[in-house]
Design a protein around this ligand. Structure first.
Ligand code: SAH
Length: 238
């Protein structure tokens, strides 16, 4: 099974290796954030199974996806599991690889450009500009359960040390993460919201940490979006 990163949406951001794997696949299991344009590289005879939340359906249970991949692989299919962005940045790629390997299936992982990096580039933000940042943190706003919920105050303190914060799945938790980050960062800290990065539907807004909730409402921005917080956004055109 190939776990393949489909990138953030723009098919030109696919790697050559991803295209080669998609072309070779006889079965493709496709996440909902994977753009249709990427599927044009699939063989006409390939079986394409959408396992996302498309059309408002509930997302396919993870166990079902893992069983389906396993069954197809053991039956001799060339299986490509196409995931948005990079397969190992959020999105459960690690769980899927572990489950397949536990059943003796060989897994190849093909990197994709992760949404956070594409979002930053699309608005011209150099995430580690050395005048402003020593590094970058990729974090999820959506914890697996309460016990693993992030301490946003601690993350804010790290950001105040010069680490740019890139938050995936943060829109639904925006009020909470804003409150926590404000414990350590000034309300004037620049913040960007980038929705549908790298696609024709891309929209973005440049605001401040203090203005996050107002901007989300006013600009009607929602998932899928990445939030970027830090001084590397200073000087960007609105
Ligand atoms: N593996 C993916 C992330 C999966 S988690 C990757 O590497 O990009 C899903 C989250 O990713 C979304 O809730 C959103 O925060 C982000 N995301 C995915 N595609 C996006 C896009 N085109 N624009 C903005 N955010 C995106």
């Amino acid at each position: 099974v190939w776990l393949v990163g489909a990138g953030p949406g723009d098919p030109e951001l696919l790697t050559l290796k991803a295209v080669r794997a998609i072309r070779a696949a006889t079965v493709l299991l496709v996440d909902d954030l994977v753009g249709d344009a990427v599927l044009r590289y699939a063989r006409r005879s390939a079986r394409i199974v959408h396992v996302g939340k498309r059309g408002g359906c509930r997302s396919t249970p993870q166990a079902f996806i893992e069983q389906l991949m396993l069954r197809e692989a053991l039956a001799g299919a060339r299986v490509v599991r196409l995931k948005g962005g990079d397969p190992f940045i959020f999105g459960r790629g690690g769980e899927e690889a572990a489950s397949l390997r536990a059943h003796g299936v060989h897994v190849e992982v093909v990197n994709g450009i992760t949404a956070g990096l594409a979002a930053a580039t699309s608005i011209g933000a150099p995430l580690t500009h050395r005048d402003h940042a020593h590094g970058v943190m990729l974090v999820t706003g959506h914890a697996k359960d309460e016990a693993t919920t992030l301490d946003w105050g601690v993350l804010g303190a790290a950001a105040a040390q010069g680490l740019t914060l890139v938050i995936y799945m943060g829109v639904s938790q925006a009020a909470r993460l804003q409150a926590g980050l404000l414990d350590a960062l000034p309300a004037s800290t620049p913040l960007a919201i980038v929705q549908h990065a790298s696609t024709a539907r891309q929209r973005s807004a440049l605001t401040t940490l203090g203005g996050l909730m107002d901007t989300l409402a006013r600009e009607d921005l929602g998932s899928p979006a990445v939030l970027i917080v830090g001084d590397v956004l200073r000087g960007l055109a609105q």
